[in-house]
Write a protein of this length. Sequence first.
Length: 108
Amino acid sequence: MFTTYTIGDRTMVINVNVRLVGVYRALSGRSRTTLTLEERTTVRKAVQKLADSFSEEFRHVLIDPELEDPRPNALIIVNGKEISVLEGLETELHDDSEVTIIPVAHGG
């Protein structure tokens, strides 16, 4: 892992470690990935970048298309805590944060 710190007008970046479980692992072909994001980023931005990194099917399974929100489809954990006990999608991520994305099974 690396952190890029810059001086002046340049943006600093962080690396966020993402663990993909179940269908997300199957659709991405990976159990882990690392996202490089701008410093002071949120779970919302990380999920968007993750969705942009893989197939349209991955995006559709992760992000509810009507709500534009991943929470109906995924349990999102940051550093061992579910985001609902943090700041939700606005939870700030830091260098080497670990985000785990777990699918939620729906039935009827």
